[in-house]
Structures are given as structure tokens and as C-alpha cells.
Design a protein around this ligand. Structure first.
Ligand code: N01
Length: 541
């Protein structure tokens, strides 16, 4: 790969979402020449692509933002508890504007390959416009959920109607009026989209593979007084986001579900259900580590489904039987209620598998469903998917995909870096807390750690940094051991890779708590990047 001088940077960052924007800001502030490459034509990352009907964040908006700038926090006002996609996108555009970030972002450009050149210790990045650039540091801000999963259904190319994936939704409004619509998938995206589409469509058929536990969000508009107070409490919001175990204001009660008598527990769950949001998931500390505790919450939600859904046969199809919360918990607005509508049909594709997509709709083992529009809410190839889409090669030309054995042997140090790939960093990479804590908090922590690290390397004239094999083996082992203590690993989900046909099963999220994780990262840095090989390095004073 050849390059010229103009195309050479201190750092190249992949993606202009929450991660890429802040990484660019921090590196530019620190005096590193930085270029961000983004496939979309605007900033926003996951919030740029996920424009599907009903798309909304399920983390409380006052915690779903940056805290690095008090001024920014004071200037921006969220309208409701759970912000809609367009509001989050406006926020990220506001950030890009305020900090003049766009001038260092190249839009409509994908990085297709990234190769480390040992002769000069630089990364060469190949772009999809056939140009190359080089950088000392290559930083992925590609996120955990950016590789859309479109299952390989027979016959999609024959379908005469329109079809969409929730994670690649068009900018133009999709008009469902008078249409027969089919939605495949009932994860967070499907559960949000289904009630909205049902109101507009002539008829909606939902193709469900696994029923889900979902809890009412009970979203509401913020009172201006609350916003005023929150802005005054900025330091406390920041502390919660940066120091707590969840990276947000969500505090997990230090009480076992089994220590409360059944009547008391019922009251706790009823109160949490009425409050909405993740109050139920945080009602007891042992819901995700103890089967019996988990069953109490699962039974409670199953009883609510039976209460809400009028038709007992439909209610039965909607009853989940996996461990509550071990697939991503979902917040909804009128999800179960939607199945009381006359224009909605629920198809259980475990009992009635999809055979093929025809020119007119979907044919299952039992019948044919005529459809005008097909919506794939079928999720993502999570964690490793976005990284494996790029031809990343480290020392000796070894591919990341090969080193990680197609995902069956992912090894990282702190989810930030991996041995054999010098000067390569991953923001919210595999084996970091990422999606199981508040993402903006996880992102700010990683970005700040990486920016501090790069400054350290510059001050000490270090050419390359990479984890030692021992350090990453130990971290990966620890990560797996913590996961094994929970119920998460017992369920088929995108967390375990089970949603993608043929993907090796592994659990790539650190579950030891954001506070503990951050402490560990800080210790590593304070010890002169313990567990990393820095070469060459000047004596530390
Ligand atoms: O994807 P999913 P998602 N045939 O993988 C089904 C974040 N997010 O886009 O469960 C039939 O959860 C699949 O079935 P099964 C959040 O982290 C956040 O909804 O694998 N069905 C499942 O029902 C979330 O967890 C927000 O059996 C098939 C669905 O498709 C993550 O993104 C909003 C199938 C996929 O569900 C992903 O959510 C949206 C097949 N071949 C997303 N393949 C908020 O902040 C898959 N399915 C609110």
C-alpha cells in the first residue's frame, strides 16, 4: 500500500459516533493530527443508522450524554426521559458543531483494510475510494453493534415489495399506511418498532423466534424545574456516570430477591413495573446471578403478559422462558398491548419456521403471509462483527480474525488492545464493560484513557505499545470467570454470539462493574502501562 505525505496522521479514528467524536476532540486538544473516517454522510454512528419507527434510547437522557464539558451539559436540554433517535442525533450534531469537529472527519468513506507496517511502525489504512493513508495510531470507534445481521432467507431477491433493516433505515419516511407489513425479530428494535408500525399499517404480522421480557418504559416529558435542578447537579451526575457500577444513575439495590417474603417481593415488583424503566432489573442484586432469584422476576413479568394480552393463545406464545435479563432487557411502549389489536398477527417461527421469502411475502411451514413491506429487526453481528468486516493485520501480517480464530478465541487486554497489533486501540472493545453499562460513560472512560496513554507515549518517545501475551491471557481468563458466575452465559443471545449462524459462542463483555473496571485501567496506567510492552522507552523519572 503506497501513501503520500498529505495522507499521514498521528491518529486515524474509525467512526463518527459517540466514540469517534470525543476521541477526535481529545486528540486534537492534545495536539495530535487526527482524521476520522465515517461511512455515513453525517455524524451519529448507531444513532445515524437506526432511524426506524419508534427508535428511542432506553437509558435516561440526563445520563446519556457526555460529561467532559460542563458548558455543553448546561447548553443542551433533553425533552424527555428516554430521548428519541432524532433528538440524540441532533445532540451529536450539536456537539460536532460546537467543537468544530467536522473539519477533521471524512464522511462517506469506509476503511476497508488496516495493516501494521513493522518497518516504520505505522498503520496503513486503505479507504474505499482506493486511497491510502498512514497513521502512527489506529483507533476503532466502530462500536459493538454496527454490523447489521440480515439472515440468509431463501428468496429475498424475489420479493416484489420494499424491505428494510432497522439498523440501516433510510432517511426518508417509510409510509406504512394501508400496507401489509411483516416484521421479523422481537429484540429491542422490533419491540420498539412493532407498536408504531401497527398503528399505521393495514395489517402487521410479527414473526417471532424468541419471546422477550419487556418492561414498560413509561416515558414522559421532563419538567423544566427538573432539568434546571439536574443542570445545577452536574457534578453529581458526572460522578454517578464516572464512578458507579452501571455508569449511570441506576443504582442496584443491595438486597437479595430471596430475602424478601413473596408478598413484599410482589410489592417491590409492582412498584417497579408502575415506575417503568430499569427499576425492575435493579430491584435486587442477585437477579442475574441466582436462578431462583431470577425466576421470581421472570414469573412476575410472565404474569403481567397474561394480564395484558386478552387472547390466551397469543399470550402463551409471548411467554419467554429464558433467564430474565440474560438477553438485553427491553423497555417498551405498549408492546404487549399491541397484540390486542385486530390488525396484528403473531407467528411463532420456532413452531412454524420460515421456509422462504416469496415475491409476495413470507411462506412458513404452515401458510403464506402476503406482505407489501418487510422489516428485518434481526439485530447485529455484535462485538467482533464490526472489526471483522475490516481486514485488520498486525505484526507478521497476522489478521485479527485469524488471531481471534473467527471469534472463538478473542483475547484482549482490558478490551482496549490486543497483543500483536501495536498502536491499535479499541473504544469499548470486546472484554470491556461496553454494552452492559451506560455506553457514553464507557466511551468517555476509554477515550480519556487512550488520550492519556498517547500523551505518555509521546512524552517518553515510545514508538510502539502492545499488550503482553501474559497480560491479555490473564485479563481474558478473568473476564470469562466473572461471566461464568452469572446467568448471562446460559442463554442464547447476541451477547453470546448465538444469534449469528455458525458464530462461535463466547461472552465478550466484562461484568465486574464499571467502577472496578475503571479502577483497574487507572492502576495499569499509573504503573507505567503495566502489562503492555513499550518499545523503546526512556527511563521513567
Ligand atoms: O437485535 P436483537 P436488536 N429468524 O439481536 C430475531 C441495542 N438496541 O436490533 O432472539 C427469525 O436483540 C432474534 O431472535 P432470537 C441493544 O443493546 C438498543 O433488536 O435470536 N428471527 C431477535 O428476536 C439491543 O440488545 C436500543 O431467537 C431472527 C431479533 O431478531 C441490540 O441493540 C434499541 C432471525 C434480533 O434481536 C440489538 O437489538 C435498539 C432469524 N433468522 C437496539 N435472526 C435502545 O436503546 C434473528 N432473529 C432502546
Amino acid at each position: 500500500m503506497a501513501t503520500n505525505q498529505e495522507n499521514s496522521f498521528d491518529a486515524v479514528v474509525l467512526g463518527a459516533g459517540f466514540s469517534g467524536l470525543y476521541m477526535l476532540y481529545r486528540l486534537r486538544e492534545a495536539g495530535f493530527s487526527t482524521r476520522v473516517y465515517e461511512a455515513g454522510d453525517g455524524v451519529g454512528g448507531v444513532w445515524y443508522w437506526n432511524r426506524y419507527p419508534g427508535a428511542r434510547c432506553d437509558i435516561e437522557s440526563i445520563y446519556y450524554n457526555y460529561t467532559f464539558s460542563k458548558e455543553l451539559y448546561q447548553e443542551w436540554t433533553w425533552t424527555s426521559k428516554y430521548p428519541a433517535q432524532d433528538e440524540i442525533l441532533r445532540y451529536l450534531n450539536y456537539v460536532a458543531e460546537k467543537f468544530a469537529l467536522r473539519r477533521d472527519i471524512q464522511f462517506n468513506t469506509r476503511i476497508t483494510a488496516a495493516h501494521f507496517d513493522e518497518a516504520n511502525n505505522r498503520w496503513t489504512l486503505q479507504l474505499d475510494d482506493c486511497t491510502n493513508v498512514t497513521a502512527k495510531y489506529f483507533i476503532s470507534g466502530v462500536g459493538c453493534l454496527s454490523a447489521a445481521n440480515l439472515p440468509n432467507f431463501k428468496g429475498l431477491n424475489r420479493f416484489k415489495g420494499q424491505w428494510y433493516h432497522t439498523g440501516k433505515w433510510p432517511k426518508e419516511k417509510v409510509d406504512f399506511t394501508g400496507k401489509r407489513v411483516g416484521v421479523i425479530g422481537t429484540g429491542s428494535s422490533g419491540v420498539q418498532a412493532i407498536p408504531v408500525i401497527a398503528k399505521e399499517a393495514n395489517h402487521l404480522t410479527v414473526f417471532q423466534r424468541t419471546p422477550q421480557y419487556t418492561i414498560p418504559a413509561r416515558n414522559y416529558r421532563y419538567d423544566p424545574e427538573f432539568i434546571k435542578q439536574t443542570k445545577e447537579d452536574f457534578e453529581e451526575v458526572k460522578r454517578l456516570m464516572r464512578e458507579s457500577s452501571t455508569g449511570s444513575g441506576l443504582l442496584i439495590r443491595n438486597v437479595s430477591a430471596l430475602s424478601d417474603p413473596p408478598e413484599k417481593r410482589q410489592q417491590v415488583y409492582e412498584k417497579a413495573w408502575a415506575e417503568g424503566g430499569f427499576a425492575l432489573t435493579s430491584a435486587y442484586y442477585d437477579l442475574f446471578i441466582n436462578e431462583e432469584a431470577n425466576k421470581t422476576a421472570a414469573d412476575f413479568i410472565r404474569s403481567k403478559i397474561k394480564e395484558i394480552v386478552h387472547n390466551p393463545e397469543v399470550a402463551e406464545k409471548l411467554l419467554p422462558d429464558y433467564y430474565f435479563g440474560t438477553k438485553r432487557p427491553i423497555l417498551d411502549t405498549d408492546y404487549y398491548e399491541t397484540y390486542n389489536r385486530e390488525n396484528v398477527t403473531l407467528v411463532d417461527v420456532k413452531k412454524e419456521p420460515i421456509v422462504e421469502i416469496t415475491s409476495n411475502g413470507i411462506r412458513t411451514k404452515e401458510s403464506e403471509y402476503k406482505l407489501d413491506i418487510l422489516v428485518f429487526a434481526t439485530g447485529y453481528d455484535g462485538m467482533t462483527g464490526p472489526l471483522f468486516k475490516i481486514d485488520i493485520r498486525g505484526k507478521d501480517g497476522v489478521k485479527l480474525k485469524e488471531k481471534w480464530e473467527e471469534g472463538s478465541k478473542v483475547r484482549t487486554y482490558l478490551g482496549l488492545a490486543t497483543e500483536g497489533f501495536p498502536n491499535f486501540f479499541m473504544i469499548t472493545g470486546p472484554e470491556s464493560p461496553s454494552v452492559l453499562v451506560n455506553m457514553p460513560s464507557a466511551i468517555e472512560q476509554h477515550v480519556e484513557w487512550i488520550a492519556d496513554c498517547l500523551q505518555f507515549l509521546r512524552e517518553h518517545e515510545v514508538e510502539t505499545i502492545e499488550p503482553t501475551l501474559e497480560a491479555e491471557e490473564a485479563w481474558s481468563k478473568h473476564c470469562r470467570e466473572v461471566a461464568e458466575m452469572t446467568l448471562y452465559v446460559k442463554t442464547d443471545s447476541w451477547y453470546t454470539g448465538a444469534n449469528i449462524a455458525g458464530k462461535p459462542r463466547s461472552f465478550l463483555i466484562y461484568l465486574g462493574g464499571f467502577d472496578n473496571y475503571k479502577h483497574k485501567c487507572n492502576e495499569v496506567a499509573a504503573a507505567g502501562y503495566d502489562g503492555f510492552t513499550l518499545s523503546p522507552i526512556k527511563a521513567l523519572h
